[in-house]
Design a protein around this ligand. Structure first.
Ligand SMILES: CC(C)(COP(=O)(O)OP(=O)(O)OC[C@H]1O[C@@H](n2cnc3c(N)ncnc32)[C@H](O)[C@@H]1OP(=O)(O)O)[C@@H](O)C(=O)NCCC(=O)NCCS
Length: 178
């Protein structure tokens, strides 16, 4: 377990996030058929600024050497009705698999529950261990096509339109809260 302080981002944190996202994507370099995801450009600075203004950006700040004080993970969420939507989550490659993502997601879900949210949603890869199976372990359930709310249909359609993701491996998931 790698110890971090999990908090809402300050505007000053935003310039650090594209590098974390780029590092995180390296996890896909070794996944057959998803190599292109590893080098995908991801969100730019303007997109992070919009996310900060229209939703919440969470960060995990290292409390251990040699990274003490540095941001090592982030997540972007936004409210959709009474659900919280997890638009993105990334942990720096060098500290992945050490419990930071789980702690970050747990903090987001706890906050959503406190704010009266009734659920949490996301889209992800079904078959990548740190995607679908991780979220399933956190209680998320894959939604069938006829269960998708409009924002998840839109999210999957936007992913398909980008053309680099194998959509047969994507899914939408939801966790009921409360
Ligand atoms: C998804 C991500 C943010 C999770 O963050 P993390 O700090 O690695 O998360 P954790 O260490 O808490 O691991 C969560 C679970 O993912 C799985 N996992 C993480 N790294 C893994 C690896 N290298 N191989 C296999 N499983 C792995 C494990 O099931 C783990 O749970 P466990 O330790 O209880 O078994 C991170 O892996 C990442 O940035 N990946 C690339 C970007 C991405 O996939 N983002 C999510 C888009 S939906």
């Amino acid at each position: 377990m790698f110890s971090t302080l999990i908090r809402l981002a300050d505007e000053d944190d935003l310039p650090e996030l594209p590098a974390i996202e780029a590092s995180a994507g390296g996890a896909f370099a070794g996944v057959a058929g998803l190599e292109a995801v590893a080098t995908d450009a991801g969100l730019d600075a303007a997109a992070f600024q919009r996310a900060f203004e229209t939703g919440d950006v969470w960060v995990a700040q290292a409390l251990e050497d040699p990274l003490f004080g540095e941001l090592v993970a982030f997540a972007v969420t936004r409210r959709v009705g009474r659900d919280i939507h997890l638009a993105e989550m990334s942990t720096c490659r060098e500290v992945q698999g050490r419990g930071i993502g789980r702690a970050l997601l747990a903090a987001i879900l706890e906050s959503a529950l406190e704010e009266g949210c009734t659920g949490a949603t996301l889209t992800t890869f079904k078959d990548v261990p740190w995607n679908g199976p991780f979220y399933a372990a956190m209680g998320f359930r894959e939604l069938a096509a006829d269960e998708l709310p409009a924002h998840l249909r839109d999210a999957l359609a936007a992913e398909a339109a980008r053309g680099i993701l194998p959509m047969d491996r994507r899914c939408a998931m939801r966790l009921g809260l409360g």
